[in-house]
Ligand binder design. Structure first.
Ligand SMILES: Cc1cc2nc3c(=O)[nH]c(=O)nc-3n(C[C@H](O)[C@H](O)[C@H](O)COP(=O)(O)OP(=O)(O)OC[C@H]3O[C@@H](n4cnc5c(N)ncnc54)[C@H](O)[C@@H]3O)c2cc1C
Ligand code: FES
Ligand code: FES
Length: 1345
C-alpha cells in the first residue's frame, strides 16, 4: 500500500482553546469531533441532517471582505472539521457552566422552565447565545428567526421563547409585551370570578432574579486566529483522510488549476447538500475542493442594473444583501429581490441559512429549490470561471434541467450570480407550500414574472417556473409564449391554467406523491399571481391617473384574502395557576413552580445522557442489520465480506443467543422469516461506529417473498388478519334506539400514525463484568426492569446479575417502554459473546424505521340523533394497524374502547375495536395510548351530527355531555363536576361565543381565507387498567451529614418526576430541597418497577417516597421531641448515635384496577383528568396552509405538585397532539417501506407552529382524594386537546365548502395537512385538474389506515 502523504495541520479553536489536528479526516464532522475527540458531549446528535438544531454551535470567523468577526450558528452534524481552518467554535460548554459561571442564557432558559428532557436545550442555548453575540437586545422577530431551526419535542416552545424574550428590546417582565397589552390587564379583563381572586397567579418565574447580560464576559476571538486572518496563508492546504482528501487552495488561481486537474471533484461550501446526499447514498468523493479561503467568491457588487453576489456567500448573507438593496432602491426595481427574500425567510432554519451558500444552492439544482425558480424567472446570470477565463450562462430551464450545453463545464466554477433589477411594469412573485410554515422542504413552489407593455395590461413577457413537480425546476415556457400579447384578465387566467396544467404535467405515480394536491397548487399559485399582479396594476394605473384604469377587472373584497400569506407572528400567552396557601411554610416546595432539577445542567450541557457516558475501556460499537422485505423467508445470510473489513469484530446472530430469542410473538432477531421492513435480523460489532455501519452494507441476505403481504387496515380485514380478539363494550339497546331517532348519519374517520420523535434516539451501553456474569446496562428507557428481565431471559442468567441504570431519558412518550429491552438484549448478547462493552446508538433513520409508533386507526361510526342534537344511539367500530407483532396493541385497543365515549353520556352505545396484524413494524405505546386516535372518531361524529342539525358543534357537545354524577359505559361511577367547570371556564376565558360570531363575520367577508373555531371537552382516564401496575417503591437514605439520597421506581423522561419526588420528600422530611438528591433510577436500588407511563409516575412513586419519608420521620420523632430546637443535622447525628436506621423503603400498594371484559364492567381507572381546549385557526383555501390564531386550555390538575411542570406537560402534550392532527404524516411505499424516516420528511411542530396566543389555566379549587396531595397526573391528557386545532380547521373547511355549495359531510382524515385542507376546499381549481384512474398507476405511497 502506498504511504499516505502528510496532511497539513488543521488549526482552529474550541471554547478559546487551540486545536491542532495533524491527521484531520475530511469525513469527520464537527459533532463527532467534539463528542469523541474532545469529550464535549453537550452538543447532541438527534438527526444528523441539519434539521433539528440539537447540535447547534457558534462559529466565529474573520470576514476577509468586511474585515469584521462574524458569529453564526451552525449545525455541527453537517460541518466537516476541515472546513474550520482558522475558525473559533463555541459550544455550550464554552458559554458557561455550573462549576464556574452560568451564562444568563443558560440561567434564563432553565429558570423559565424551558427545559424538560433537556436534550434540545444545548442547541437552543447556542442559537440564543449566537443571537445575543450579534444583537445585544434583539427584536422578537430576530428571536423567532434564531430559534426557527431548533426542534423541541417536549416543551411546546412557549417557555423557551419566554426565556429569550427576556433579552429582547423593551423587555419589561410582562409576558404579553409587544401586544400593547399586559398579562395583568388580561387578568383584570377576565370576567371569571375565579381570576379575580388573589390566589390566582400568572408568574411561573421571577424575572427580577435573572442576572444581567454582560457582554464583556464573552470569549474573545482568539488573537492567534486574528493574526492568521490578517496574514492569510496563500498556500494550498491538504488534509488526507482514509477515503477522502480535502484540498483548500489559498488563491483563486490555485482553485481553478485544481478544478482543471480534478474536474470530478465537487466544491464544498456549506456541505448542506453534499453532506446529506453522501450520507443517504453511502458514497464519498475521493477529492473535495474547499474554496472557503478565497475571498473573490464572497464579493458583492451593486451596479446600476443589478446585484452580483459571490457564489460562496451564505444564504443568510444573501438575505442581508437583499434586505439592504430593497431599502435603498425604488420598489419597481426590487421585485425579484423581494420574491427571493420571501423564500429566504422560510428556507430551512437559521443555522442552515448560515452555512448554505448561494452557489451550492444553485448548483445542487434540487427539484425543491426555493430560490432557483425565482432566479430563473428573474433572468439571473451565472458568472463562471475557469483557467480559460470567464463566461456567463443564463440560469434558465436548460441549466436547471442539467443539459450539458447549458451547464458548467467540469473544470469551471461558479464565481458569482448576477440578479438584474426588475423594471417598471414588471412584477415578480414567489410561492411556496410546505407541510408547515417554516423549517420544512416545500412540497411545491414557484417563481412567476410578468412584464407588461408600458401603460397597458398586455403581456410583453411572461416566465413561470415550478419546483417540486419533477426531478428539476420546471419552466412553463411554452405556455408563457402562447400568452404573450394577451391581456391580464380572467380569460387569460383560464387559458393560462389550462396551458400550464398541460405543460407541467405530473404522472399519478410521481415520487413524493400528493399528485392531485400539487396539480391544484400549480393553478392556485397562478391564480394568486394573477390577483396580485392585477391589484398592483390597478395601483400603478391609479398612481399615474391613467384613463383606462376602469377596464381592469374588479377584485371583489372577498377575493383580496387570497393575496396575503400568513406571517410569522410572535406567540403570546398567559399561564394561570393557583397560588399555594398563604399559611404554607416557605420551605415547603409542594405546589410551587420549582425549576426542573436538571434544568441548569441541561442548559450547560453538563447533564449526562446515555451516549454522553465516556467511552469505556475496550468498548465496541454495534449496528443493526434490518430486513428490506415486508414478508419473506430468509434463504441465506452471508456476512463473510463484512467480517473482512478492518475493525469489524463479529456478527451477532440468533445462534449466539444463549437463552430465549424474545417471545414467540416478538422475536429479538428474526428467525427464518421476516415480517416487516426494518425487522432486526442480526448485528455487527466493530471497533468504531463508522466501521460497524459500513459493515452492515456488506452483509448479503437473500429472501423469498411470502404471501400474503398486508399493509393496510382494509387488507387486514379482507384477510381476517388480527393480533387479538375483538374488544367490545355495549350499553342500552342500540338497535331499538336507532329505530326511534329523527336522523342517522354514518361516516368514516382515518387517523394516521405518529412517530415518537424523542430527540434522543434509542441508545444502550452494556458493560459486562468479569465476575459472576454480572452486567451493567446504561439505557435510555421508561422501563429498566423490563430491560433487565429481557436481558436475563435472553442470556439465561438470573435477574440479580443485571443492573440497569437510567440517569435521564431524552424523551420517551411511550416509545421507550417496550423497545429498549430489545436493543438492550441484542447488545447484551454482543457483550457476552465478545467480552467487550457494547454501545448501540440508533441513527434517526434506523430508529424511525425499526421502532413503530402510534397506531394508525380506521373508524366507522353510525349515530342516531334527534333534530335538536340529542344523540340517542352511537355505534363505533375501530381498527388499529398494529403492525407485525402484538406488542401493546391489545392494550391499546382496550384503552381506546374504554375511553371512546369521552365526555358524553349516550344511553345506547356500542364500541368495538380490533388490532390488525400487518407487515409493518410493530406499533406500540404512545402518549394517550389509543385515546387521541379513538376519540377523534367520537368528536368527528359529533361534528357530523351538528352539520346535519344545522347547529354549531359546541351546542351538540354541550347537550350530550355528562352533567351529573353518573356511570361510564363500563359502569365506573364518577362525577363530571370539574369537567363542566372546565367547559364553562374555557367558554368564558376564550370569549368563545363572541369569537364564534367574529369568525362568522370574517368568513362572510373573505372567500379565500376562512376561519374556524372549536371547543373540545376531554375526560381522560389515568393509569393502567391492571392492578399490578398500581404499585411503586422508593428507597430513602439519610446520611450522617444530614444529606438525603432519594431513589424511586420512576424514570426521569423530562416530565420532571425527580423534581416532584424531591418536593414530596422535602415536605415530608421538612427539610429544604437542597438537602435532597436523586442520583439515578437503578434496578439495584428499587427492584421490580413498573414502566414510567400512563400519567401515574408521580402518583405512585410520590406515595412510595412519602411512605419512606414518613417511616424515617417516625423513627426520628423521639429525637426531635427531645431536642425540638435542634437542627436537622443534630437530629441525624443523634439518630446515628442511638443506632436508629436512617434508611427506609417506602412502598405504595395502589389502586385495585379491574375490568371484566365479558361483562363489560369494571373499575379500571383511579381517576379522570378533565380539560377543555378552544382553538381558532385561519386557513388559506388556495394552498391548504393554516395559522393558529389562538388556543385556550383549562385543565383540571387539582392541586398541582408543581404548576410549572404541569403546565409544561399540558403545553408540550398539546403541541405534540397538534402535530399528530396537522403535520406529522407517515408515508409508506407500496412495498411497505417507511419513506418518512428522517426529519426532512417527517415534520413535528416547530416554534413557528404554536398558536399566536396560547393561554393555559389550571382549574383552581379542585380536589381528588386518591392521589398524593390531591394532585393529578397530566403527562398524556393534553395530547388529545390538540384535536381542537383539527376541529377548528374542519370548521373552517366546512365554512368554505358551504360557501362553495359542496357537500358538508366529507371523510375526515387526520392529519389535516395542507394537502387534505386544500383538496377539501373544493373549487374551480380542484375541478380543473386532471384526475387519474387509480387502476392505471402505482401510487408513490399508500395510506395504511
Ligand atoms: C436541513 C436543511 C433544510 C433545507 N431546507 C431547504 C428549503 O426549505 N428550501 C430549499 O430550497 N433548500 C433547502 N435546503 C437545501 C439548501 O438550500 C442547500 O443544501 C444549500 O443551499 C446548498 O449549499 P451548500 O453551500 O451547503 O452546498 P454544498 O453542499 O457545499 O455543495 C453543493 C453542490 O454545489 C456545488 N458547488 C458549490 N459551490 C460551487 C461553486 N462555486 N461552483 C461550482 N459548484 C459549486 C458543489 O460542487 C456541490 O456539488 C435545505 C438543506 C438542509 C440541510
Ligand atoms: S441538526 Fe445536527 S443533529 Fe439534528
Ligand atoms: S426539552 Fe426539548 S426535546 Fe426535550
Amino acid at each position: 500500500m502506498p504511504c499516505q502523504p502528510r496532511s497539513d495541520t488543521l488549526i482552529f479553536f474550541v471554547n478559546g482553546r487551540k486545536v491542532t489536528e495533524r491527521n484531520a479526516d475530511p469525513e469527520v464532522t464537527l459533532l463527532t469531533f467534539l463528542r469523541k475527540n474532545l469529550g464535549l458531549t453537550g452538543t447532541k446528535y438527534a438527526c444528523g441532517r441539519g434539521n433539528c438544531g440539537a447540535c447547534t454551535v457558534m462559529v466565529s470567523k474573520h470576514d476577509p471582505v468586511s474585515k469584521k468577526i462574524r458569529h453564526f450558528s451552525v449545525t455541527a452534524c453537517l460541518v466537516p472539521i476541515c472546513s474550520l481552518y482558522g475558525a473559533a467554535v463555541t459550544t455550550v460548554e464554552g458559554v458557561g457552566s455550573i462549576k464556574t459561571r452560568l451564562h444568563p442564557v443558560q440561567e434564563r432558559i432553565a429558570k423559565s422552565h424551558g427545559t424538560q428532557c433537556g436534550f434540545c436545550t444545548p442547541g437552543m442555548v447556542m442559537s440564543l447565545y449566537t443571537l445575543l453575540r450579534n444583537h445585544l437586545q434583539p427584536s422578537e422577530e430576530q428571536l423567532m428567526e434564531a430559534l426557527g431551526g431548533n426542534l423541541c419535542r417536549c416543551t411546546g416552545y412557549r417557555p423557551i421563547l419566554e426565556s429569550g424574550k427576556t433579552f429582547c428590546v423593551g423587555s419589561n417582565g410582562c409576558q404579553q409585551k409587544g401586544t400593547g397589552k399586559c398579562c395583568m390587564d388580561q387578568r383584570e379583563n377576565l370576567s371569571s370570578s375565579l381570576d379575580r381572586k388573589s390566589d390566582i397567579c400568572t408568574e411561573l418565574f421571577a424575572k427580577e432574579e435573572f442576572q444581567p447580560l454582560d457582554p464583556t464576559q464573552e470569549l474573545i476571538f482568539p488573537p492567534e486566529l486574528l493574526r492568521m486572518a490578517e496574514n492569510p496563508e496563500k498556500r494550498t492546504l491538504i488534509f488526507y483522510g482514509e477515503r477522502v482528501t480535502w484540498i483548500s487552495p489559498g488563491t483563486l488561481q490555485d482553485l481553478l488549476e485544481l478544478k482543471a486537474k480534478y474536474p470530478e471533484a465537487p466544491l464544498i461550501l456549506g456541505n448542506t447538500s453534499l453532506g446529506p446526499a453522501m450520507k443517504a447514498q453511502g458514497r464519498s468523493y475521493p477529492i473535495l475542493l474547499s474554496p472557503a479561503r478565497i475571498s473573490e467568491l464572497s464579493v458583492v457588487m451593486k451596479t446600476s442594473d443589478g446585484l452580483t453576489i459571490g457564489a460562496a456567500c451564505s444564504l443568510a448573507q444573501v438575505k442581508d444583501f437583499l434586505t439592504e438593496s430593497i431599502s435603498e432602491l425604488s420598489e419597481e426595481k426590487t421585485q425579484t429581490y423581494q420574491a427571493l427574500l420571501k423564500h429566504l425567510r422560510s428556507l430551512a432554519g437559521q443555522q442552515i441559512r448560515n452555512m448554505a451558500s448561494l452557489g451550492g444552492h444553485i448548483i445542487s439544482r434540487h427539484c425543491y429549490s426555493d430560490l432557483n425558480p425565482v432566479l430563473a424567472v428573474g433572468n439571473a446570470t451565472l458568472n463562471l470561471r475557469s483557467e480559460e477565463g470567464t463566461r456567463q450562462i443564463p440560469l434558465n430551464e436548460q441549466f436547471l434541467a442539467g443539459l450539458a450545453s447549458a451547464d458548467l463545464k467540469p473544470e469551471e466554477i461558479l464565481e458569482s450570480v448576477y440578479i438584474p433589477h426588475s423594471q417598471k411594469w414588471e412584477f415578480v412573485s414567489a410561492f411556496r407550500q410546505a407541510q408547515c410554515l417554516q423549517n420544512a422542504l416545500p412540497d411545491i413552489n414557484a417563481g412567476m414574472r410578468v412584464l407588461f407593455k408600458e401603460g397597458t395590461d398586455t403581456i410583453e413577457d411572461l416566465s413561470i417556473a415550478y419546483g417540486g413537480v419533477g426531478t428539476a425546476t420546471v419552466s412553463a415556457h411554452k405556455s408563457c409564449q402562447q400568452l404573450l400579447g394577451r391581456r391580464w384578465n380572467e380569460l387569460m387566467l383560464d387559458e393560462a391554467c389550462r396551458l400550464v396544467l398541460d405543460e407541467v404535467s405530473l404522472p399519478g405515480s410521481a415520487p413524493g406523491g400528493k399528485v392531485e394536491f400539487k396539480r391544484t397548487l400549480v393553478v392556485s399559485f397562478l391564480f394568486k399571481f394573477y390577483l396580485k399582479v392585477l391589484q398592483e396594476l390597478k395601483m400603478l394605473v391609479r398612481l399615474f391617473s391613467m384613463p383606462d384604469s376602469s377596464c381592469y377587472p374588479e377584485i371583489s373584497d372577498g377575493f383580496l384574502s387570497a393575496l396575503e400569506d400568513f406571517p410569522v407572528s410572535i406567540p403570546q400567552g398567559v399561564q394561570t395557576f393557583q397560588r399555594v396557601d398563604s399559611h404554607q411554610p416557605l420551605r415547603d416546595p409542594v405546589g410551587r413552580p420549582i425549576m426542573h432539577l436538571s434544568g441548569l445542567k441541561h442548559a450547560t450541557g453538563e447533564a449526562i445522557f446515555c451516549d454522553d457516558i465516556p467511552r469505556v475501556d475496550k468498548e465496541l460499537f454495534m449496528a443493526l442489520v434490518t430486513s428490506t422485505r415486508a414478508h419473506a423467508k430468509i434463504i441465506s445470510i452471508n456476512f463473510s465480506e463484512a467480517l473482512e473489513l478492518p475493525e469489524v469484530v463479529d456478527v451477532i446472530t440468533v445462534e449466539d443467543i444463549p437463552g430465549t430469542n424474545g417471545t414467540e410473538d416478538d422475536k429479538l432477531l428474526a428467525v427464518d422469516e421476516v415480517l416487516c421492513v426494518g425487522q432486526v435480523i442480526c448485528a455487527v460489532v466493530a471497533e468504531t461506529d463508522v466501521q460497524a455501519k459500513r459493515a452492515i452494507e456488506k452483509i448479503k441476505i437473500t429472501y423469498e417473498d411470502l404471501e400474503p403481504i398486508i399493509f393496510t387496515v382494509e387488507d387486514a380485514i379482507k384477510h381476517n388478519s388480527f393480533l387479538c380478539p375483538e374488544k367490545k363494550l355495549e350499553q342500552g339497546n342500540i338497535k331499538e334506539a336507532f329505530e326511534k331517532v329523527d336522523q342517522i348519519v354514518e361516516g368514516e374517520v382515518h387517523v394516521g400514525g405518529q412517530e415518537h420523535f424523542y430527540m434522543e434516539t434509542q441508545r444502550v451501553l452494556v458493560i459486562p463484568k468479569t465476575e459472576d456474569k454480572e452486567l451493567d446496562i446504561y439505557v435510555s428507557t421508561q422501563d429498566p426492569a423490563h430491560v433487565q428481565k429481557t436481558v436475563s431471559s435472553t442470556l439465561n442468567i438470573p435477574i440479580n446479575r443485571i443492573t440497569c441504570h437510567v440517569k435521564r431519558v431524552g424523551g420517551g412518550f411511550g416509545g421507550k417502554v417496550g423497545r429498549p429491552s430489545v436493543f438492550g438484549a441484542i447488545a447484551a448478547v454482543g457483550a457476552v459473546k465478545t467480552g467487550h462493552p457494547i454501545r448501540l446508538v440508533l441513527d434517526r433513520e434506523d430508529d424511525m424505521l425499526i421502532t413503530g409508533g402510534r397506531h394508525p386507526l380506521f373508524g366507522k361510526y353510525k349515530v342516531g340523533f334527534m333534530n335538536n342534537g340529542r344523540i340517542k344511539a352511537l355505534d363505533i367500530e375501530c381498527y388499529v394497524n398494529g403492525g407485525c407483532m402484538l406488542d401493546d396493541s391489545e392494550l391499546v385497543t382496550e384503552f381506546l374502547i374504554l375511553k371512546l365515549e369521552n365526555a358524553y353520556k349516550i344511553h345506547n352505545l356500542r364500541f368495538r375495536g380490533r388490532a390488525c396484524k400487518t407487515n409493518l413494524p410493530s406499533n406500540t405505546a404512545f402518549r394517550g395510548f389509543g385515546f387521541p386516535q379513538g376519540t377523534l372518531v367520537t368528536e368527528s361524529c359529533i361534528t357530523a351530527v351538528a352539520a346535519k342539525c344545522g347547529l354549531p358543534p359546541e351546542k351538540i357537545r354541550e347537550k350530550n355531555m355528562y352533567k351529573t354524577f353518573d356511570k361510564t359505559i363500563y359502569k365506573q361511577a364518577f362525577s363530571p363536576e370539574t369537567l363542566i367547570r372546565c367547559w364553562n371556564e374555557c367558554l368564558e376565558k376564550s370569549s368563545f361565543h363572541s369569537r364564534r360570531r367574529q369568525v362568522e363575520e370574517f368568513n362572510k367577508k373573505n372567500y379565500w381565507k376562512k376561519k374556524g373555531i372549536a371547543i373540545i371537552p376531554m375526560k381522560f382516564s389515568v393509569g393502567f387498567a391492571a392492578t399490578s401496575y398500581h404499585q411503586a417503591a422508593a428507597l430513602v437514605h439519610i446520611y450522617t451529614d444530614g444529606s438525603v439520597l432519594v431513589t424511586h421506581g420512576g424514570n426521569e423522561l423530562g416530565q420532571g418526576i425527580h423534581t416532584k419526588m424531591l418536593q414530596v420528600a422535602s415536605r415530608e422530611l421538612k427539610v429544604p430541597m437542597s438537602y435532597l438528591h436523586i442520583c439515578e433510577t437503578s434496578t439495584a436500588t428499587v427492584p421490580n418497577t413498573i414502566a414510567t407511563a400512563a400519567s401515574i409516575g408521580a402518583d405512585v412513586n410520590g406515595r412510595a417516597v412519602q411512605n419512606a419519608c414518613q417511616i424515617l420521620l417516625k423513627r426520628l420523632e423521639p429525637i426531635i421531641k427531645k431536642n425540638p430546637e435542634g437542627t436537622w443535622e443534630d437530629w441525624i447525628e443523634a439518630a446515628f448515635e442511638q443506632r436508629i436506621s436512617l434508611s427506609a423503603t417506602g412502598y405504595f400498594r395502589g389502586y385495585k384496577a379491574f375490568m371484566d371484559w365479558e361483562k363489560g364492567e369494571g373499575d379500571p381507572f383511579p381517576y379522570y383528568v378533565y380539560g377543555v381546549a378552544c382553538s381558532e385557526v385561519e386557513i388559506d383555501c388556495l394552498t391548504g396552509a393554516h395559522k393558529k390564531t389562538r388556543t385556550d386550555i383549562v385543565m383540571d390538575a387539582c392541586c398541582s405538585l408543581n404548576p410549572a411542570i404541569d403546565i409544561g406537560q399540558i403545553e408540550g402534550a398539546f403541541i405534540q397532539g397538534m402535530g399528530l392532527y396537522t403535520t406529522e404524516e407517515l408515508q409508506y411505499s407500496p412495498e411497505g417501506v417507511l419513506y418518512s424516516r428522517s426529519s426532512d420528511e417527517y415534520k413535528i411542530p416547530t416554534i413557528t407552529d404554536i398558536p399566536e396566543e396560547f393561554n393555559v389555566s389550571l382549574l383552581p379549587s379542585s380536589q381528588t382524594p386518591l392521589t398524593i396531595y390531591s394532585s393529578k397526573g397530566l403527562g398524556e391528557s393534553g395530547m388529545f386537546l390538540g384535536s381542537s386545532v383539527f376541529f377548528a380547521i374542519a370548521d373552517a373547511v366546512a365554512a368554505a365548502r358551504r360557501e362553495r355549495n359542496a357537500a358538508e359531510d366529507f371523510t375526515v382524515k387526520s392529519p389535516a395537512t395542507p394537502e387534505q385542507v386544500r383538496m377539501a376546499c373544493a373549487d374551480r381549481f380542484t375541478e380543473m385538474i386532471p384526475r387519474d384512474d387509480p387502476k392505471t398507476f402505482k401510487p408513490w405511497s399508500i395510506p395504511v389506515a
